[in-house]
Design a protein around this ligand. Structure first.
Ligand code: HEC
Ligand code: HEC
Length: 167
């Protein structure tokens, strides 16, 4: 009796978490699992080192000259279409922010992924710090020596880190 209850509770929970995972693919987790065994660098360092954005925004591998999206479908790591889409979104953003976070924030803070996922949240459209309650969107304009465009770019990137965490 108890055993059966436990089993059905377990099945219900895994069905729930299964559907949650189907909605959001965490590209950092995909990279860790499928790419990092061979490409040891942090994903941002790796994408900036090996890829360039073509005029249409499509990412191209620096060695092969091939479009990365197509290359990955036949490359090792065996990512699914959904995982490739999530990875491409991450690489594109990493090239766009051009290491800005690493240069201007990385000296004092851990990775953007950790900073966002451990400390930040979005409430009523505003990026806030969950511990201090501070309005981070406004804070970024006076903290970390960013100009206006850079502050908006970092704000977008931190929100994206939260969105892809699947919370
Ligand atoms: C089993 C090892 C292995 C795994 C896993 C792997 N790669 Fe690679 N990757 C390589 C090797 C070796 C090269 C260089 C030779 C080549 O082009 O195949 C490479 C090259 C690349 C390149 C460079 C292409 C260019 O034109 O410069 C990219 C981009 C890339 N990998 C992305 C990925 C991504 C993203 C993943 C995870 C989904 C991944 N790789 C998983 C071994 C691996
Ligand atoms: C010279 C070190 C330094 C640099 C560079 C720096 N920070 Fe900070 N940051 C801090 C310190 C110290 C705090 C905590 C004290 C405070 O709230 O001012 C903080 C706090 C924060 C907070 C939390 C706000 C809160 O409520 O306390 C965020 C978010 C943040 N920084 C983001 C960034 C970003 C993004 C960059 C890069 C553009 C950056 N920081 C650059 C030192 C730094």
């Amino acid at each position: 009796m108890w055993r059966r209850l436990l089993i059905s509770a377990f099945v219900a929970t895994s069905a729930l978490s299964g559907s949650a995972f189907a909605q959001v693919v965490d590209p950092h987790a995909v990279y860790e699992e499928r790419c990092a065994p061979c490409h040891a660098e942090h994903s941002g360092d790796f994408s900036r080192k090996t890829m360039i954005a073509g005029p249409d925004g499509e990412l191209v591998g620096q060695e092969t000259g091939k479009a990365v999206r197509g290359f990955l479908a036949h490359h090792r790591g065996n990512p699914s279409q959904g995982e490739i889409a999530a990875l491409m979104e991450m690489f594109t953003l990493q090239l766009k922010t051009g290491g800005l976070y690493k240069d201007k924030c990385g000296i004092c803070h851990t990775s953007a992924k950790r900073l966002a996922r451990v400390r930040l949240d979005v409430r009523d459209g505003v990026l806030i710090d969950r511990v201090t309650g501070r309005d981070v969107t406004a804070f970024l304009f006076v903290h970390g020596r960013l100009d206006g465009d850079e502050a908006r770019l970092i704000d977008d990137m931190l929100r994206w880190q939260l969105k892809t965490a699947g919370r």
